[in-house]
Design a protein around this ligand. Structure first.
Ligand code: TXA
Ligand code: MG
Length: 356
């Protein structure tokens, strides 16, 4: 199949006709697939209430069909059609964080096909703030099931070109709305438990949520390195977000110690004939002696780091490195979400730099 690529103004609002959104609507009505920009990452969208569309999504991504999809909506009435037992706390969170990078999990109604929810009796729901995604849902009246628009296992796409790299010829259309603002996927919160539970960290942090609803907990399966405690979000159990090169994260108490440790490992790999990359913060970048050094941003600017993360991992693939060494990022808040993605990209390979 030929994949149509259309640019759409990322500030689109109102009701002025838009040919690309109209074409996308026609495709979605017929059960086809359209990749859409969101404020987090690009999503691969199909009609959430059409089980055939959900099947096509799994197939195009090469995704295991037990891994449920997030349903994207544009108003609260739609939420009531697909979710039940919605607690008061959820309304408070919606008021503050929707539209935006927050996904909530509820018990599902019979309207939602089990193909969309990977066989679960719960449904994940999010109202995106990106104008193209939001307007497409609002104008078409179609709720969109959309996982990240990458081939399963690859870094999520934060640009239309990344979607093309992975899915060209496999989907009907790509709406190009430019680069994604946050660059990492939404925070997922399970609202079916007594205490709201974070299943995937993201831009909306635990502190931000607690300010609105009081106590919020974190899924123990997320923080555990033990393979016996499974994360509750099925998608979090897969090695994921991975670049092709083998990646290591280097932690340490001083920048100099980390730089020295990385340079030593780079030299060893190069001596063995390998091409080696380093994922660096701006201040340290010139100190690395690797084949490919990619600057991810300023350490102080976490939003810059999150929005560049997946692009950087894909860039290492393009440059064909065999090994990648990355600095680590500490902290609460967004730094936590960044580390969650990096650790998965590195398949949990974390090295402690010796103190000097
Ligand atoms: O920011 C985002 O959330 C992006 C954009 C496109 O909206 N979407 C996204 O979807 O990241 P995906 O499919 O790549 O990740 C969805 C995650 C998976 O880990 C999945 O297992 C989990 O959400 N999930 C979905 N429905 C769930 C449910 N009912 N219960 C538990 N986890 C669920
Ligand atoms: Mg994904």
């Amino acid at each position: 199949m030929d994949t149509i690529i259309e640019k759409v103004d990322s500030h689109i609002t109102g009701n002025e006709p838009n040919a690309a959104l109209d074409a996308a609507t026609e495709i979605l009505k017929k059960g086809g697939l359209v990749a859409i920009p969101t404020e987090t990452v690009y999503g691969l969208a199909g009609d959430a209430l059409n089980p055939d569309a959900a099947r096509k999504i799994y197939e195009a991504k090469g995704r295991p069909s037990d891994n449920p999809l997030i349903v994207h909506i544009a108003n609260e009435e739609d939420l009531k059609k697909i979710a039940k037992d919605i607690p008061e706390a959820a309304y408070k969170l919606m008021d503050v964080f929707w539209p935006g990078p927050m996904t909530m999990i509820f018990n599902k109604t019979a309207l939602v096909p089990s193909t969309t929810t990977g066989g679960l009796e719960t449904v994940a729901v999010r109202m995106p703030s990106h104008h193209v995604a939001y307007e497409l849902i609002r104008r078409s009246g179609i709720m969109l099931a959309a996982p990240s628009a990458n081939t399963s296992g690859r870094p999520s796409p934060t640009d239309a070109a990344h979607v093309k790299e992975d899915l060209d010829g496999k989907i009907d259309m790509i709406l190009d709305g430019g680069a994604c603002h946050y660059g990492i996927e939404s925070t997922i919160i399970d609202m079916t438990s007594d205490v709201p539970t974070i299943l995937r960290p993201g831009y909306i942090t635990r502190d931000m949520l607690e300010e609105v609803v009081g106590k919020v907990q974190v899924d123990p399966g997320l923080e555990s390195t033990s393979l016996n405690i499974r994360p509750k979000a099925p998608g979090m159990k897969y090695t994921h977000y991975a670049p092709k090169g083998i990646m290591y994260i280097v932690e340490g108490s001083s920048a100099n110690g980390i730089i020295r440790c990385i340079n030593r490992m780079v030299k060893e790999r190069q001596a063995a004939g390998c091409k080696v990359g380093v994922l660096a913060t701006r201040r340290n970048a010139s100190a690395y002696e690797a084949d490919e050094v990619i600057v991810i941003g300023d350490r102080e600017d976490e939003l810059m780091i999150s929005s560049n993360l997946y692009r950087a991992l894909r860039e290492f693939d393009t440059r064909g490195v065999d090994y990648i060494y990355s600095e680590s990022f500490e902290g609460d808040g967004l730094g936590d979400a960044i580390m969650n993605r990096l650790i998965k990209a590195a398949g949990h390979r974390v090295i402690q730099a010796p103190t000097i």
